[in-house]
Ligand binder design. Structure first.
Ligand SMILES: Cc1cc2nc3c(=O)[nH]c(=O)nc-3n(C[C@H](O)[C@H](O)[C@H](O)COP(=O)(O)OP(=O)(O)OC[C@H]3O[C@@H](n4cnc5c(N)ncnc54)[C@H](O)[C@@H]3O)c2cc1C
Length: 375
């Protein structure tokens, strides 16, 4: 068992962090104000090799390990802006398409997503459901060599950006089936973009599907087995979320240490007080545990024969509350200044909360882990 990162992995971490400090951090406030990522970010991330990292090389990916992916995401999220979501989507979705897709799907859709020629989306949630495939209302009706899809989707990250999406609908047998769709197609439109509490730049929109024609060849995985595709993708997305939260908790810890060293109380830095040191000590220990659980879970995901669901749920269940508590303590170290909008800690406080409810709520993860323990 070797817990050391290789030289290549350390270089990956520092190059992504340097990118984040240069290309994202200075624009983080503007991204939140606009609720939109800069249009050139996707090409820059592709240039850095940050898209399609785990997709197979023969389909334009880098064939990297899931550990390397989470190492990169951890550094990319350091600013607290939602830019890491773009990397999350254009990594997890091509990887999922490569895992479940036919040769046709792999050759046609995975390479452009790895190159940054299109924004990847996942389209499951609707107004009545975020987690229950039985409650889906979007219908896919067969018609010759196509399916005709009609319905509405909610909170679709990058739903309004051109590119390719994994779409989930009820087929003619009432079962959840997955398809790959091209967003820039007649019958597809996006309207409302939701104003979010944090992680600006996620660009979560509502999507309307009106007689959208989808070739049968675009079915992803077996007919009626779409929920399995969704669960596989969610398991990978959860570990990416954990990595992003670890990155933000590290940023919060760094902010708190910096503040505690410079803030004086009774003539001395508050960092000298035992109470503040206890807080920083607890934050640092939790951060270490959260980070290693994330790495370990990513490592397990490289074994494609292993069901990734329970491992990922366990990681999310620990890492998300732990990182929220770290960021909250870091805010408290800032005293009243932590409650203003002038300090980075405020952005981090809002951003870490996203993982409690996006790509499964914490409660559902408790149920998944609990069921596995009982089994
Ligand atoms: C910024 C953002 C981006 C998003 N991006 C996407 C996207 O790209 N694609 C997409 O498809 N969706 C996306 N979503 C949707 C998101 O994944 C869902 O909203 C999420 O899964 C929660 O579903 P819900 O809101 O319907 O919650 P509900 O299922 O209505 O849950 C509400 C509450 O009830 C609890 N609850 C519900 N069922 C159970 C249960 N069985 N056991 C215990 N507790 C339960 C939940 O824990 C929660 O506290 C996004 C959401 C946001 C906010």
């Amino acid at each position: 068992m070797d817990f050391n990162l290789s030289e290549k992995q350390n270089m990956l971490r520092s190059s992504v962090r340097e990118f984040s400090d240069r290309e994202i951090e200075p624009f983080a406030a503007q991204i939140e104000k606009d609720g939109r990522l800069p249009d050139d970010l996707i090409a820059k991330l592709a240039g850095l090799g940050m898209l399609g990292m785990t997709a197979p090389q023969q389909y334009g990916g880098a064939g990297e390990s899931n550990v390397n992916l989470v190492l990169a995401i951890e550094q990319l999220s350091y600013s607290g802006a939602g830019a890491w979501w773009l990397a999350a989507m254009n990594n997890s979705i091509p990887a999922c398409m490569a895992h479940f897709g036919s040769e046709y799907i792999k050759a046609r859709y995975v390479p452009p997503l790895c190159k940054g020629d299109g924004y990847a989306s996942i389209q499951f949630t609707e107004d009545d459901t975020g987690s229950d495939p039985e409650a889906l209302k979007t219908q896919a009706v067969p018609s010759g060599d196509r399916y005709v899809v009609s319905g509405a989707k909610r909170f679709i990250t990058f739903g309004a950006r051109d590119g390719y999406a994994m779409l989930f609908a009820k087929d003619e047998d009432g079962k959840c089936t997955a398809f790959v769709i091209e967003k820039n197609t007649s019958g597809y439109s996006a309207d409302k973009t939701w104003a979010l509490m944090g992680a600006g730049g996620i660009e979560a929109t509502d999507v309307h599907l009106e007689n959208l024609a989808v070739a049968r060849d675009n079915m992803l995985g077996a007919k009626g087995k779409g929920f399995g595709v969704l669960l596989w993708w969610i398991a990978h997305e959860k570990v990416i979320q954990c990595a992003a939260n670890v990155g933000m908790a590290q940023a919060a810890t760094d902010e708190a240490v910096r503040y505690a060293r410079s803030r004086l109380s009774r003539g001395k830095p508050i960092a000298d007080m035992q109470g503040i040191r206890w807080m920083l000590g607890e934050m640092d220990s939790r951060l270490e545990a959260a980070r290693w659980l994330t790495y370990r879970t990513a490592f397990l995901q490289d074994d494609l024969a292993r069901d990734p669901g329970t491992d990922a749920a366990k990681a999310k269940l620990f890492v998300v509350p732990a990182t929220i508590s770290i960021v909250e303590s870091a805010r408290q170290v800032h005293g009243a200044y932590g409650y203003t909008r002038e300090f980075k800690i405020e952005r981090l406080c809002r951003a870490v909360l996203g993982a409690t409810c996006i790509a499964t709520s914490l409660e559902l993860n408790k149920s998944i882990v609990g069921a596995s323990v009982v089994r």
